[in-house]
Design a protein around this ligand. Structure first.
Ligand SMILES: *[C@@H]1O[C@H](CO)[C@@H](O)[C@H](O)[C@H]1NC(C)=O
Length: 341
């Protein structure tokens, strides 16, 4: 018997495929449950220095609190001086925390001149406190609006804050980190950097851009110079920024996001800290995060044999499951169009 003129696979082929599938499933489970610590694990102590962009609120602030508890020095970069000082107070509120310094800086760069201010700030920070052991790129913002309702300026604005801001900080600190013997650089993409959703033509594009940036960067800098790149795909997270964003969010976007649930900022922060210390390339949360990371793995670097095998064996199955999500999203768009906003 033949389907599409292809011969039926033999019993041996079927059995082998089943065994490989089962083995990779077990390996994936082992990896998810036990999470073996990588050999590149970076331990932080009072002599360490960690720089966090967007460290005055949301996930960045939670990361700052977590790092500070190890006794390491934390430098947070953000625009608003009042928010920076409030954040410093909050971080240093608990005992045994390391020193915290704040630097007011606009990371929404778009040309050589505005990049220069970031580079100068980085040079100053490094000469004051030393090169960072980890750079967390958390500065970012979001605004959901369909293209037909948004100004063109939304696109360069989100690109400059989310994408160019991360490129600028990374480019400015990287040479210092390299000459200091290496470090970790975390790039914050988003679940919306793995799948495009209604209302996110500007936001998703900036977050997809970060994936391409991270993937290339990880090829330029890796274990050979002890610089490890991580890219995080945080889900919807309960932060002041998310709350602000929700006020104007299109109904379609909100309904789609409701299906994914809401994570607490400290949970997301812990995942980023752990992933960056381990030097893991891909950082995600929960079963849905793992599914999305596996099905969108593409040609990105793999963190383990288990990850590689589960991508090889499970991508087609996850793509199939993913169709049900997409069908749901289509229904939402249709329904809102029919019933009005
Ligand atoms: C910081 O995050 C790590 C995970 O990377 C976690 O084990 C630890 O408990 C956190 N520390 C604090 C003070 O939240």
């Amino acid at each position: 018997m033949a389907i599409f003129n292809l011969p039926m696979p033999s019993t041996v082929t079927i059995c082998l495929t089943a065994i490989i599938g089962l083995l990779s499933l077990l390996l994936a489970l082992w990896f998810i449950i036990l999470k073996p610590k990588s050999a590149n694990y970076l331990k932080l102590d009072a002599s360490s220095h960690v720089v966090i962009t967007g460290g005055s609120s949301g996930i960045g602030l939670e990361i700052a609190k977590n790092i500070s508890a190890t006794g390491a020095r934390v430098t947070i970069l953000a625009r608003n001086v009042r928010k920076l000082n409030a954040a410093k107070k909050e971080i240093t509120g608990s005992s045994n925390c390391g020193p915290v310094s704040v630097v007011s800086l606009d990371l929404a760069v778009s040309d050589e001149k505005s990049y220069k201010t970031v580079e100068d700030a980085a040079t100053k920070i490094v000469s004051d406190y030393g090169a960072p052991d980890i750079l967390f790129n958390c500065a970012g913002t979001s605004l959901a609006k369909p293209i037909s309702e948004s100004d063109f300026s939304l696109y360069p604005w989100l690109a400059s804050v989310n994408y160019f801001g991360t490129v600028a900080a990374t480019k400015a600190f990287l040479p210092h980190m390299k000459s200091n013997g290496g470090g970790r650089i975390l790039i914050t993409s988003s679940g919306a950097g793995q799948i495009g959703l209604f209302g996110y033509t500007a936001y998703s594009a900036s977050k997809f851009a970060l994936r391409g940036f991270a993937e290339s960067l990880a090829m330029e800098h890796n274990e050979q110079d002890n610089v490890f790149i991580s890219v995080a795909y945080p889900p919807n997270t309960d932060t002041p920024g998310f709350e602000e964003e929700n006020k104007e969010k299109p109904k379609e976007t909100r309904l789609m996001e409701d299906e994914a649930g809401l994570y607490q900022a400290d949970v997301v922060a812990k995942g980023m800290v752990e992933g960056a210390k381990e030097g893991r390339y891909s950082i995600y949360w929960g079963v849905e995060g793992w599914m999305l990371a596996t099905v969108t793995g593409g040609m990105g670097p793999c963190d383990s044999t288990a990850d590689f095998l589960s991508q090889v064996c499970l991508t087609s199955l996850l793509r199939f499951i993913g169709m049900f999500y997409l069908m749901d999203f289509r229904r939402i768009v249709k329904r809102v169009r029919r019933d009005g906003k």
